[in-house]
Design a protein around this ligand. Sequence first.
Ligand SMILES: Nc1ncnc2c1ncn2[C@@H]1O[C@H](COP(=O)(O)OP(=O)(O)OP(=O)(O)O)[C@@H](O)[C@H]1O
Ligand SMILES: [Mg+2]
Length: 244
Amino acid sequence: MLECWHDSTPWKRPLPILTLAQTKGGSGKTTTAEVLIAEFTWRGASVAALDLDPNRPLGRFVARAPALAGVEVAVPGPDARVSELIADLSSRRDVVIIDLMGAATPDMLVAIGFSDVVVIPSQLSEPDVRCGIETWQMIREVERMGRREIAKAVLFTRTSPTLRTRAQEHARRQYEKLGIRVLPAEFMERTAFKEMTFNGSAPNLDDRDGNAARNVIALFEAIVALLPGAAAAPGLAATAEAAP
Ligand SMILES: Nc1ncnc2c1ncn2[C@@H]1O[C@H](COP(=O)(O)OP(=O)(O)OP(=O)(O)O)[C@@H](O)[C@H]1O
Ligand SMILES: [Mg+2]
């Protein structure tokens, strides 16, 4: 059943490696990684995470969530280089989600170099936008080095579920005037996304009809639509209904 379901997903071939990158700290990388780990898992994918943040938040989050017991979280060490870990995880798992620290690091370039899609979380602030642009430019450099394009987009984070602010329009214009793609879905500010860090209870695992879960589903679908070949797999939303 899962095999059949996987065959119709855009991430079956090539196996997607998805990186959350943004040189600005506190932009929402880890929170986005956590809900995406939960979402891919809910949809039946075999998920690995690579935690490149020295605080190692992903292992603690996954350990708190019984539904994520099958998720493998790897961290680099003296005998495990980032490139080796990515190659190993992606050979064994459907999806590899990579969380980076909020700084321009060599790990960031390696992770981007392996990625099928890079998401740049950005709050609606000048430092976030400035660093978001810097991150986009670093991805462009990796593209030139590797002579290939990488799917990439900015994800606005911690936006108001009720208000459209001027900051939102301004930030969007700052990105778009440089040709930087901004995802149509935003990651909204909700207490459920803070609470899950204490109890592992990702809203999209627990209450699929709630507002927080619906927000995660919308941003998940916007991200998956970036993947090469996604347009050829229009059944994605429908197949999601087949998951447990
Ligand atoms: N959608 C959201 N709703 C509510 N709180 C959020 C949301 N996204 C992030 N936060 C909170 O914002 C803070 C920063 O988020 P997060 O840790 O995900 O950022 P980060 O980019 O991973 O930071 P760092 O660069 O330090 O690793 C955390 O306290 C997190 O709980
Ligand atoms: Mg983080």
